[in-house]
Design a protein. Sequence first.
Length: 273
Amino acid sequence: MESFEQNVVVMRHGERMDLVEPLWITRDPRPWDPPLTEDGKIKAWTTGRKIRNTPGLRIDRVFVSPFLRCVQTASRAVSALCAVGDGSDVDPLLIEVASDDSAAARLDPSKIKVSIEYGLCEILCKETIGQELVPRDGNWTLDISQLEAKLPAGTVDNSAERIYKQLPQWEEPLEVGRIRYKDVILALADKFPNENLLLVTHGEAVGVAVSAFLEDMVVYDVDFCAYSHLRRRVNFKPNQSFTAEEFQVLSNTGQTGVCYYSTNDIPLLSNLS
């Protein structure tokens, strides 16, 4: 029986414009879908380079939320993952490539395939998106072809069937959205059991990628471009069916921008009167 150590990295998008320029939402027709800041683009690229240089971790396929900040993050991270270096394992590219959309000549797009996955989108509830920002007609107007055009040329894979065929409905309960994230992580891993995946998504999903696979863990902070690194052993039978072990969380608290603690570490309080 053949086996494969499958890695899944779940990464948050970079710094978003509306948190740096609060008045941005008053000027843009799509206030629910902010872009990255320049610092966000740079950190997305450097995080992609960090993932690339992690020993034993070679990303084969990327799935990304259809929100603009995630697509821009994926574009920079994929650029770092596909960068053509000097033959060494360390990427020698200058940092300018992080915000340079014309850097395609420095990339080898054959290394990675990228697809947009609706199931990785933001949880559509008032806890994550202010009620005042929600489109009144209920139309989130996501143009997939325009979003795909923002990804590095030659990396887009339109043949990968989506887990979710459309966005969830508005007022998706927060806990339901968290369950969705776990289900999508597992579904994508099972769909490509012999590939390593990078999922570029939102902060809640990165938290789920820890709390759903580590018992009694509470995630209390997820930084921009933070990520959780999951790994499991997949065993293939001769007929190409497979069985998979449980995912293990390899990222320790604070190591990759995700901070969490065990509820077992909290001392019980005695009754006070």
